[in-house]
Design a protein around this ligand. Sequence first.
Ligand SMILES: [Zn+2]
Length: 367
Amino acid sequence: MMGTGPTGASVLTSTYFDGVSNRRRPVTLALDGDLEISEGGSVVASWPYADLRTVDGREDMLRLRCVSALPLARLDVHDPAAETGIRARARFLDVEHDTAAQTRRIVAWSIAAVVSIAAIVLFGVPLLAERMVPLIPPSFERRLGDMADNEVRIIFRGRVCNDADGNAAFAKLVETLRQAGHANVTLQPAILASPIPNAFALPGGKIYLLNGLLQKANNPDEIAGVIAHEIGHVVHRDQTRMIIQNGGTSFLVGLLFGDITGSGAAIFATRSLFEASYSREAESNADAFAITTMHALGRSPAPMGELMFRITGAQGGRTIGILESHPLTEERLALMRREDRPADGPPLLSDAEWNALKSVCRLKTQK
Ligand SMILES: [Zn+2]
C-alpha cells in the first residue's frame, strides 16, 4: 500500500476509466479541493466531491462515478487511506445507492431464476438447491424471511406477545444459545399468542415460539433445546434450501416477474415453509446443533426430547413447523437421552426470568 494518509498528496494509486475507452488507466489522486485524478503527472479529471457516487458491485474496493462526468467514467480506489479520505469529504456518496443496489440485486436474481428454471429441467431440483443456497446472499435471505414474516403475522393476526420482561427473558435465552452455538447470524426472536404447541424459524433468522409450546414446557432447558434446534436450521440455511427445493419453481417464477414484494411469492414462500418438511438429514443436523449447543452450556438436551415426546404423545396428529417435520420423536428422545449429561452449567434463566417468560402472553399486556 502506498498511501501516506487520507491527505497524502499524489501517491494514492487508483484505476481510472475515462468513460470513452475501456482502457484501465493507472492514476494518482490528490484529495484536497476537488478529487484530482492525475496520470503520468498531469491532471486528467477533477471531480467535485458533491458529485461523487459509489457504484455497487465490489466489496474489495471503492468504485466511484461522478454525476457531472461522462456517465461511464469510473474510478476504482484500491487504497484504504484514499477511501477513508474520500468518504470523509464526499457527502452524497451513497445517495440513491441503496435502491439502485436493490434493483440490481433483483435483476440479478431474476436472471438467476431463469438459469435456475433451466437447471431444474436439466438437473432436477434438489441438486439445484444444494448449489444455489451457498450463492444466496444473506441480504436476500433476510428479504425472503421478511416476506414470509408478513404472512406469518397475517396468519397469527399479529398477535405477538409483548410483555417486556417475558420478551427480555426470551431474548436472553436466544442470545445465550446463539453464542454457545457460535452462530454468526442475527436472530430476531418473538413469541406468538397461539395455542398451537410449536416453534419455527424463517430464513434470515426470525425465530418464533408459539405460546402453546411455551405453556407445555416445564423448565427453560426444554424450550432452550427446541430453540437451539431452530437456530441450527437458520445456521444451516435449511429454510432457504427448502423453499428452493419444494416450492422452487413457482417461487422463482414469481421472482422472475418481479413479484418479489407481491403477495403471490410471499404466500408461496410461507406455504412452502409450513407445508413442506425439512429433510431427515436437515433434522439430524439441527438436532446435532442443539445437542452441541446445550452441552457447551453445560445443560442436557434430554429435556427437549421429553417436551417433544410429551406433545406428540398428547396430540398425535399432524401439525406444522417443528412438530410436523419431526415425526421421529421417539427416535429423537432416545438420541437426546443418550446425550444426557448432568447439568453442570448455570441455569439458562433465573426463576424470575422463567416466570416472566411463561406469562409473556398474558392478556393484559397484549395489544
Ligand atoms: Zn427441525
